[in-house]
Design a binder for this molecule. Structure first.
Ligand SMILES: *Cc1c(COP(=O)(O)O)cnc(C)c1O
Length: 370
């Protein structure tokens, strides 16, 4: 080891061992690598329609104020969210993406003596924020690719301070029943904080609507996280939020940076909340695209995991990495999920009808060639 590498030993133990989050490949990077004119990205669960008109107009309107710091309390956006979800503004915490909220929770509640429970195949940010603060991760094996709530409950010890649940889960798209979820939260000791990550809740249709906000009245240890990155099409601006008891919001507020949301993000998110037309269109095109992709998989003889989100995991029944790379050469970026212990699956974000079609054609070719 040379002397500059010794610097690594100065980092705290969790950070020394940390493997950084690997994001979907950016479009421009693939264009540079292969000299491609058109690249389709179905890799990061972004909104294929882009941001709505109202969000874009709000951004234009605040551009001239960029010399000023943003409102560090996020007053207007919190008011709008409070009205929409019938909560008190004091129950809301805004984050630089909901990822920041996950990190704030870890910093505020964890020490190296404490344990964190989450499921196998659950969102990759949970192990990262846990390890960064040196807490112990307890990973509970999944059932049918989803959370095994019973086994998770049995894993609770007096050292458990935090549980992460993603519903729907990314990358599997699995959805827990609301009744099962509430029973789980009810059975958790109050000394254990429960983060319910609902990054995709807008896409959940079907018979059992999401009613987790009602539970906030009963469980002061519950934190619901949501985002403007997925259904609202504002991933590039980085804005998410949590709903919790005012006490937990107060705790999170103590560790956040004073201006963690930029002014463009605050204005765009507030406007996006009023654009129900864009949201409904997004949900509609997602349902259509899900049908289109899964029919395509069926025609190719492939199985998939039924998904409640804006993405779907397809089982290639062989190592997915070579197929992922072959798709890249054709200008299509999807997401390999080997880091989630799913080496034979690819995660496909739902695109526009045209993007989905081009992807399915490319996939059929790649499965022949590779
Ligand atoms: C995308 C995603 C998030 C957060 O994304 P942000 O852009 O940071 O808001 C959180 N949880 C899950 C499960 C996600 O897939």
């Amino acid at each position: 080891m040379n002397s500059t590498d010794k610097i690594y030993h100065l980092a705290v133990p969790g950070v020394q061992q940390l493997i950084p989050y690997k994001a979907g490949k950016p479009i421009e990077e693939l264009q540079r690598e292969f000299g491609l004119a058109r690249v389709i990205k179905l890799a990061s669960n972004e909104n294929p329609l882009g941001p709505g008109k109202k969000a874009l107009a709000a951004i234009q309107a605040v551009l001239q104020d960029m010399a000023l710091y943003p409102d560090g309390s996020g007053f207007n956006l919190k008011q709008a969210l409070a009205v929409k979800y019938a909560v008190d503004p004091g129950q809301i915490t805004l984050g630089n993406g909901s990822n920041e909220i996950l990190e704030l929770v870890a910093r505020a509640f964890l020490t190296p003596q404490l344990e964190v429970i989450f499921s196998q195949h659950a969102f990759a940010v949970y192990p990262i924020v846990t390890q960064a603060v040196g807490a112990a991760a307890v990973v509970v094996p999944a059932v049918n690719y989803g959370h095994d709530l019973e086994a998770m409950l049995q894993s609770v010890t007096e050292k458990t301070r935090l549980v992460f649940i993603a519903n729907p889960n990314n990358p599997t798209g699995t959805l827990l029943r609301q009744t099962a979820l509430e029973s789980f939260i009810d059975a958790l000791p109050e000394s254990c904080v429960c983060v319910l990550d609902e990054a995709y809740f807008e896409f959940v249709g079907g018979a059992e609507p999401i009613n987790s906000i009602d539970w906030l009245k009963i469980y002061p240890n519950l934190i619901i996280t949501r985002t403007f990155s997925k259904a609202y099409g504002l991933a590039g601006l980085r804005v998410g939020y949590s709903l919790s008891s005012p006490q937990i919001a107060d705790i999170l507020n103590r560790v956040r940076q004073p201006f963690n949301n930029n002014a463009l993000a605050l204005a765009a998110a507030e406007a996006a909340l009023t654009d129900s037309e864009h949201l409904q269109k997004t949900i509609r095109i997602n349902a259509l695209g899900m049908e289109q992709l899964t029919s395509g998989f069926k025609n190719l003889g492939l199985e998939w995991i039924p998904s409640a989100g804006n993405f779907v995991l397809v089982d290639l029944q062989r190592l997915a990495q070579p197929v992922y790379e072959a798709l890249l050469r054709k200008g299509i970026i999807v997401r390999p999920v080997g880091v989630y212990e799913l080496p034979n699956h690819l995660r496909i974000s739902i695109g526009t009808t045209e993007e989905n079609q081009l992807f399915l054609e490319a996939l059929a070719d790649c499965l022949q060639d590779v």
